[in-house]
Design a protein around this ligand. Structure first.
Ligand SMILES: Cc1cc2nc3c(=O)[nH]c(=O)nc-3n(C[C@H](O)[C@H](O)[C@H](O)COP(=O)(O)OP(=O)(O)OC[C@H]3O[C@@H](n4cnc5c(N)ncnc54)[C@H](O)[C@@H]3O)c2cc1C
Length: 445
């Protein structure tokens, strides 16, 4: 495996970190190789920060390019001000209705798999008021780090992914629905997160598409700093930039079969259909696929896939600019250039998910009912997609060293991986640099 060609600039003019660049304060005596397995938003963000810190990164994925898993066509929202843990007291209260099949946005198929049962019990415990709020705070911190780091990325690379800081509105159908999230709103205010509570008329002045919404709206929570953008195009463009500017190596279309280790130290990776790769530093960012990890490392009962659906359709003239969450139907709408991305549903059941036509049809008709006037839904032009959110019981991603030396995990980003990706990557980098710094030949000047 090769690092940057010798003589390549490691800290270039225009480096967004300028005088804070760690490469200026550290002596890089050797480009330490690291392999990142998984090229979704989390893997690509991890590769970016590792490259920037002076590591010689190889990015591996079984797909033929970046962001072909769950990161491909998600809701596209960078919800810096939302960041709420999935498990919450209001979800607990709503659980009987969900289990009785009275809320079509959710479908829970109970499994006898012990891993599912452990995950479910832990999820219930994490939904209690104190835990849920602590989890939300953690996610908001990661989201705000992503927001800052995305500015660095955009200053360094010219990326085209229909990125827009268009703000986000959450539509509360009743006062009761709003009250159930009141603690989280107070927490956000105490953290200085910008959110405004609007009535329907005020919100419609900012986003005229709300005039098309057929149901009552009690109030609207508006977060002007939230953004939207296509995660797949972001990943593809950033990988290209990293290849050109940092010498990132890529191995696509190759499934990793196992992580090899010797005497408690990572030694490399074995593939299904290519020669092994030697490496003593490996980062796993494989989303909800944890099969590759040994039993000691596999976070048993810590990640369960929660399936969702999306469609991407041509925008009509009345299409929204601001991202909208219809809380009644639990569907999100985001404007992406001349298209609208719509996402929703949370199906919890078998570990291996499949596209269900029934569920997609239900999702599609609910989307049309809510904002059908904003996107083209006649004909066969709807980009239908389904993916599995890698959900942990607490909604916090798992960012930690593995059981063998040189192995690191960064997975389990649930409903918010796009929003959390760079913040999580920063945590990962701190962990790797902290533990590996000496061995990597990095020392403070
Ligand atoms: C319907 C829906 C809507 C969503 N909306 C939003 C949103 O609006 N905002 C937001 O922030 N988040 C959203 N999310 C969540 C977000 O999409 C995920 O959290 C995020 O994509 C997870 O990224 P990842 O990189 O961890 O996983 P992935 O994107 O799944 O990447 C993992 C990669 O690992 C590779 N891989 C796995 N095993 C192996 C192996 N053995 N060898 C080689 N490669 C391997 C896979 O091929 C894959 O490319 C949504 C999710 C869904 C399903």
């Amino acid at each position: 495996m090769r690092g940057l060609p010798s003589g390549s600039p490691r800290c270039r003019a225009g480096c967004p970190w300028r005088s804070n660049c760690p490469l200026l304060s550290q002596k890089v005596t050797e480009m330490k190789p690291v392999v990142v397995v998984g090229a979704g938003v989390v893997g690509v963000a991890s590769a970016y920060l590792l490259c920037r810190a002076g590591y010689a990164v190889t990015l591996v994925d079984r797909n033929h390019g970046p962001a072909e898993g769950t990161s491909r066509a998600n809701g596209a929202q960078l919800s810096y001000a939302y960041g709420d843990a999935l498990g919450s007291p209001s979800l607990l209260r709503h659980l009987p209705e969900i289990l009785m099949g009275r809320d079509p946005a959710y479908r829970i198929r109970l499994q006898t798999d012990p891993e599912f049962l452990i995950w479910g019990l832990r999820f219930l415990a994490e939904s209690l008021p104190g835990r849920s709020l602590a989890n939300t705070r953690h996610l908001l911190d990661l989201a705000s780090a992503t927001r800052r780091l995305l500015e660095d990325v955009l200053a360094e690379f010219d990326l085209s992914f229909d990125y827009q800081v268009s703000g986000k509105m959450i539509l509360y159908p009743t006062a009761k629905a709003f009250e159930s999230g009141a603690n989280a709103h107070r927490l956000k205010r105490s953290m200085g997160i910008r959110q405004e509570l609007l009535d329907r008329a005020q919100a419609t002045e900012i986003e005229p598409a709300l005039a098309l919404y057929p149901d009552p709206i009690d109030r609207v929570m508006y977060s002007p700093d939230d953004a939207a953008g296509r995660p797949d195009r972001f990943c593809v463009a950033l990988v290209n930039g990293l290849v050109q500017h940092y010498g990132l190596q890529t191995v696509f279309g190759q499934e990793v079969r196992s992580i090899r280790s010797q005497k408690g130290q990572v030694a490399g990776l074995s593939f299904a259909a290519r020669e092994p790769l030697d490496c003593d530093l490996v980062v796993i960012t494989t989303g909800s696929s944890t099969d590759l990890l040994s039993l000691a490392d596999r976070p048993f009962g810590a990640i369960w896939p929660v399936q969702g659906y999306s469609m991407t359709a041509a925008a009509r003239p009345a299409a929204m600019q601001v991202s909208i969450t219809d809380l009644k139907r639990k569907i999100v709408f985001a404007r992406l250039g001349d298209e609208v991305r719509i996402a929703g549903l949370a199906d919890i059941g078998a570990k291996r998910f499949r596209f269900s036509r029934d569920r997609f049809d239900l999702f599609q008709s609910a989307s049309i009912e809510a904002f059908g006037g904003t996107f083209e839904h006649q004909g066969s032009h709807l980009g239908a997609w389904s993916g599995a959110r890698p959900c942990t019981p607490s909604s916090r991603p798992i960012i930690r060293p593995g059981k063998v030396k040189g192995l690191y995990l960064n997975l389990g980003h649930g409903t918010l991986g796009w929003t959390l990706c760079l913040g999580s990557a920063q945590h990962l980098l701190e962990l790797v640099a902290g533990e590996e710094g000496g061995r990597a030949g990095l020392s403070n000047a």
